[in-house]
Design a protein around this ligand. Structure first.
Ligand SMILES: [Zn+2]
Ligand SMILES: [Zn+2]
Length: 51
């Protein structure tokens, strides 16, 4: 599977993952490998990580 385009969160880095929830293309910085979701979804779901 190839992923093309820019991260939909930061729009700067090249996307290398796809969110399993909203299907957004995101870079490794904005992808949570534990959940398989983008950081937006993780934040929305109330992840343990509060920034
Ligand atoms: Zn990003
Ligand atoms: Zn998402």
């Amino acid at each position: 599977m190839s992923v093309d385009g820019l991260c939909q969160v930061c729009e700067v880095a090249r996307a290398s993952h796809r969110c399993g929830r909203c299907a957004a293309l995101v870079c490794s910085d904005h992808y949570d490998t534990d959940t398989g979701y983008c950081t937006d979804c993780v934040a929305e779901l109330g992840g343990a990580d509060d920034e």
